[in-house]
Design a protein around this ligand. Sequence first.
Ligand code: PLP
Length: 427
Amino acid sequence: MNAPREPGVQTPILDLAADFPILSRPVHGRRLAYLDNGATTQKPAAVIEAEARFYRESNANIHRGVHWLSQHATELYDGARATVQRFLNAARADEIVFTRGTTEAINLVAQSWGRPRLAAGDEILLSTMEHHSNIVPWQLVCEQTGAVLKVIPVQDNGELDMAAFEGLLGERTRLLAITHVSNALGTVNPVAEMTRRAHAVGAVVLVDGAQAVAHQAVDVQAIGCDFYAFSGHKLYGPTGIGALYGRAELLRHMPPWQGGGDMIRTVAFDNTTFAPPPQRFEAGTPNIAGAIALAAAIDYVQAVGLARIHAHEQALLDYGTRALQDIPGVRLVGTAQDRAGILSFLVDGIHPHDLGTILDAEGVAIRAGHHCAMPLMTRFGIPGTARASLGLYNGLADLDALVAAIHKAQALFGTRGGTAPCTGRAA
Ligand code: PLP
């Protein structure tokens, strides 16, 4: 059970680990403290069962068969789309395109929206804290079109430099591609405000929601963005499925980016016509079971309540931040005012990879490295960090296990009692 340990620390309110079968398996003979939710989340029994049930009871290809099973599978798949629509508060179900995940969603926008529209000298604005998935697709499209990247700098505390952002916006800005939550620092960016500013100069806005959707309610109409991308596997759903929200007005005018079955209206050797969105962007047999299990994950998260999940994780974040700051020699990287459940840190004298290995032997699973955010690591002058990332099933015991394992690592390396101050400045 979770209980407050220190005065002033909010109390975590959820106790849901029992819903997640994998969390009861020991690792290296220890109780598993799974703190790598930024990489991928574990799945509740309800999601595992939804995927298995589809194959047991409903499996058939969709949009093709006249037989009952095919129609049944199609209804389930279309129902999953409606679930994602409600989850993001999109205005219409046909604004939701199923993809393999965030990466594919961003590549879709780069190739279908960006490539036909961008020209030499056009500017794509992104930030130093982007995941490689929100950098490389734009670099590719820049090579293809002559557009150029402009980069919003990050301040020492891990927040965006908003004055610099204002200065970079201009009449050549065609697109703002910005992460909602930084996977490496946890910084929550003011995406609604940034969208408003970008729209004022006529730019289109894509928000990378990979690290946001599991931690706070997202309303794409309130944000006002044109595109929003996320991955199911970071939301307690399966791998290989995610979604792109795109405003109907934009999707309608975007050409296909992959050709194949299910995305056409008619095919002839001299002329092929395409289906309307979202089918136009879903060539081939999609991940039907994945979409249905993603809908089950959304149902699960919504039954718990995103407001409660947020409150729970903020309490854990508070507790973890204080606990890490209390360890001499530990430095937090990223101390933004508004942070989602990520603790990125360095331990003096211990390389993050060595730390990760020692923690693993104690049953504590974290991520160590550059977190697919190499430009951000370069900005802070470090090769990487250790990252503990929170999920709704974590409790204070997981953070206590993390702290105990860090002490053990310091003892092993003979670095216990280092003197580095906790400034939030990593280098
Ligand atoms: N964007 C962010 C902020 C991420 O954290 C990640 C994955 O860690 C991605 C994009 C890519 O997600 P996926 O690999 O599921 O496509």
